[in-house]
Design a protein around this ligand. Structure first.
Ligand SMILES: NC(=O)c1ccc[n+]([C@@H]2O[C@H](COP(=O)([O-])OP(=O)(O)OC[C@H]3O[C@@H](n4cnc5c(N)ncnc54)[C@H](OP(=O)(O)O)[C@@H]3O)[C@@H](O)[C@H]2O)c1
Length: 390
């Protein structure tokens, strides 16, 4: 058996978000600890309500665990997380471990906008971890810190590979890269840390419940709405949120995990083109087009299509990555996708029943059924015909 950490008081950031709500659920399930959650709200009542709503939104609420959740009103973008020096010091004395998952997950904002929440926020979290007593920090990063432009010469990107190449990063991934560098510096100075780099975080593997505003889901919906899809080379490398949150909490509770990075890439992912074929067989009428042609058409059509799920992502297609001649989709989806080795993760989960579900017909049906039932996607024509015939 791997030795497990015993912790009484855990600090979690981003618990009102998608992964954060599942991490809060898992921390309540897997530990007896009290979870102090950084939350943006007017007062404690509103803060608690936001956390309760987040758990309820994903069907994770357990009334019996209410007393183990403590809202900490604050903001990652503000010095001392928006707390007074006394509040900050008291919190630093109370906590035993930190899970830093919160941040601005926005692919469209430039680094200058994301820096406050993602970089300075990480700085303040590290300050909290080092004040009064040393507390391990578990940091949620992204595989996006490795850009295909910078690491395209590798057959595989390993968890221990140096993060020393920045070409091809854009605002969001730049901010996560710098935040990782802060975590690395703290590690080199003796702070116990772990770094977790998931690929796309997708819905619950059994219920399909998910965060509907992410890019991948918007791309799927946008293609259904337009009836066309690009011929991208990208991998639909999705990690279901229930698997990911269970895995992260389990791995973080093992002392043998300290000072390592962990990749979460689906060993049984599919390609984007396989996904489009599956959607066609499922009943959607989608014509696949050469990627450049589709992107040019999308840039033309989106300004007149505010109802299209991709509408908010127009700048993503039309703007170049700083210092590069290509946009983010051209860089990330039209070039050979990077492969991520996950050995530390599989080792950390070896003695558990935590297994990443494959991206197969069953998982895709679960996801699409949820998206159709909740009105995010129209039912495919064939399904409607089947329903009428039944
Ligand atoms: N989604 C993915 O596919 C993906 C993939 C790889 C890595 N990740 C990483 O996973 C983590 C969680 O992502 P997610 O998709 O769950 O994001 P999300 O749903 O957008 O949640 C972000 C959370 O961070 C909080 N937050 C943002 N700015 C804040 C601030 N200034 N002060 C305090 N809290 C703030 C949000 O609080 P509010 O509710 O107040 O806005 C929310 O609770 C992030 O670190 C992200 O980089 C995500």
């Amino acid at each position: 058996m791997k030795s497990r950490q015993k912790t009484a008081n855990i600090f979690l950031t981003g618990a009102t978000g998608f992964l954060g709500a599942f991490l809060l659920y898992e921390l309540l399930e897997q530990t007896p600890a009290t979870i102090y959650c950084l939350v943006r709200a007017e007062d404690e009542k509103a803060g608690f309500q936001r956390l309760e709503n987040a758990l309820k939104q994903y069907s994770l609420w357990d009334e019996r665990k209410r007393n183990r959740i403590v809202p900490v009103l604050g903001n990652l973008s503000v010095p001392l997380l928006g707390l007074s020096p006394t509040q900050f010091d008291n919190l630093a004395k109370t906590l035993d471990v930190v899970y830093h998952n919160g941040g601005s997950v926005n692919f469209l904002y430039p680094y200058s906008v994301l820096k406050a929440a993602n970089v300075q926020g990480t700085h303040e979290v590290l300050r909290l971890a080092c004040q009064a007593k040393v507390k391990p920090v578990h940091f949620i990063s992204t595989v996006g810190v490795f850009s295909p432009i910078a690491y395209g010469d590798r057959d595989v990107v390993r968890e221990g590979d140096a993060l020393d190449r920045t070409e091809g990063l854009y605002g969001y991934t730049q901010s996560k890269w710098v935040a990782e560098k802060l975590i690395e510096t703290a590690r080199d100075r003796g702070l116990p840390v772990t770094i977790h780099r998931p690929f796309w975080i997708e819905g619950h593997s059994q219920t399909g419940v998910c965060n509907k505003s992410d890019f991948l889901r918007s791309a799927i919906a946008g293609c259904v709405q337009f009836g066309t899809a690009p011929d991208w080379q990208m991998r639909v490398d999705i990690v279901p949120v229930d698997f990911l949150s269970r895995a992260i909490v389990r791995i973080c509770r093992q002392k043998s995990s300290f000072d390592k990075a962990f990749h979460y890439s689906n060993p049984r992912a599919i390609s984007w083109n396989q996904l489009i074929r599956w959607m066609q067989e499922f009943g959607y009428s989608i014509e696949q087009q050469p990627a450049q042609h589709w992107i040019a058409q999308t840039i033309d059509r989106l300004p007149q299509s505010p109802d299209n799920a991709l509408y908010p992502f127009l700048p993503f297609f039309s703007e170049r990555i700083p210092g590069q001649s290509m946009s983010v989709p051209e860089t990330y989806f039209q070039t050979k996708p990077l492969k991520f080795d996950c050995q530390n993760t599989w080792d950390g989960l070896a003695e558990t029943d935590i297994i990443c579900p494959p991206v197969d017909d069953k998982l895709l049906k679960t996801y699409f059924s949820y998206l159709i039932e909740t009105g995010f996607l129209p039912a495919p024509v064939e399904s409607e015909a089947e329903l009428a015939a039944s």
